[in-house]
Design a protein around this ligand. Structure first.
Ligand code: 13P
Length: 326
């Protein structure tokens, strides 16, 4: 374990102000997952260029992969990089899907400015108790907390959920009041990973359950809602991956129009991981197939980073509406 550090020393901010502005402004803050240098450079560079506030988020698996101390310095470097680009965008470092009080505490202590405690698989009362405990610890350091009600299907790092359970709107007021969370992740039909919907030939992606979202918004007006599993699984990338030796048949995501609609509502944080992974894999596969003699990682990771920058700018400008909102 490293030394204790407060996020403000790293130049980071929590989500409170970002969300307040996003809820009133009809857009959503992008929350991009990262676990390596090129991803972080691309996220921060693209958000600085489009002047978008940003949440850089790490899952438990990414934290194990990248090393906690390394992450802290990467986040600090990301803030410096944005400032050197002449940009003052707010940057939040967030733990995605924290699964225990201990993990959330460790992240608060190591400079995260926001944490998610995901007790959605627990009983309602246990979810409330665990979330409350994390909120008490985090708020003492002015770190914001995201809770979750309802279960998303799919694969999130090593965590697999077979079936989704939609959020029950009748639980949200009580949950928010008892736990003191700053934002709430809900389940309205999205799922983690690249295979979100099993479609038969000619079938369209079913619409998200906007009726549930509307009912939640009616019960807790103005409260920040978070949408997980929000990658579009960009068909161009799936095509490139399959063209250059990959095998990703039937990969489907959430159409951009539906995400745009969500971003204009009470949804003020949209989580995107799979699309970034696909962009990187597509360009790396293509590059290596077209340049079989090349062995400099900067070449193929450079191509991946360039694509990621393009993807993130597009998301900020055309999907989430966060461009120009910093
Ligand atoms: P995707 O797999 O759709 O990118 O979702 C990521 C996510 O919700 C991370 O918490």
């Amino acid at each position: 374990m490293g030394d204790k550090v407060h996020y403000s020393e790293l130049g980071l901010v929590n989500t409170r102000d970002m969300f307040k502005r996003a809820v009133g402004g009809g857009y959503a803050i992008p929350a991009y997952n990262f676990n390596n240098l090129e991803q972080l450079q691309a996220i921060v560079g693209a958000c600085a260029e489009t002047s978008s506030p940003v949440i850089i988020q790490v899952s438990k698996g990414a934290r194990d992969y990248a090393n906690e101390t390394m992450l802290r310095f990467m986040a600090m470097g990301a803030v410096k990089m944005a400032r050197e680009m002449g940009s003052n965008i707010p940057i939040c470092l967030h733990l995605d899907h924290g699964d225990s009080f201990e993990l959330c505490k460790a992240c608060v202590d190591s400079g995260f400015s926001s944490v998610m405690i995901d007790g959605s698989h627990l009983s309602y009362d246990d979810n409330v108790a665990l979330t409350r405990k994390v909120v008490e610890y985090a708020h003492a350091q002015d770190v914001t907390v995201e809770g979750e009600l309802g279960v998303l299907a799919g694969i999130e790092d090593e965590v697999v959920a077979e079936h989704s359970t939609y959020t029950k709107p009748e639980e949200v007021e009580d949950f928010v009041r008892k736990t003191g969370v700053d934002s709430l992740a809900i389940s309205i039909g999205t799922s983690h990973g690249a295979y979100k919907f099993k479609l038969k030939e000619g079938e369209q992606v079913p619409p998200l359950r906007f009726d549930i979202l509307d009912e939640i918004e009616r019960r807790i007006p103005g409260f920040p809602i978070v949408l997980h599993g929000a990658s579009s699984v960009v068909p161009e990338y799936v095509g490139l991956i399959n063209q250059y030796g990959g095998k990703m048949e039937g990969a489907v995501g959430v159409p951009e129009e539906q995400l745009r609609r969500a971003a204009q509502s009470a949804v003020c944080k949209i989580n995107i991981d799979s699309d970034g992974r696909l962009a990187v894999t597509a360009r790396v596969r293509e590059f290596l197939a077209q340049n079989p003699g090349e062995f400099d990682p900067r070449k193929y990771l450079g191509a991946a980073r360039k694509e990621l920058i393009k993807l993130i700018k597009h998301k900020n400008q055309a999907v989430l509406g966060s461009a120009g909102k910093a």
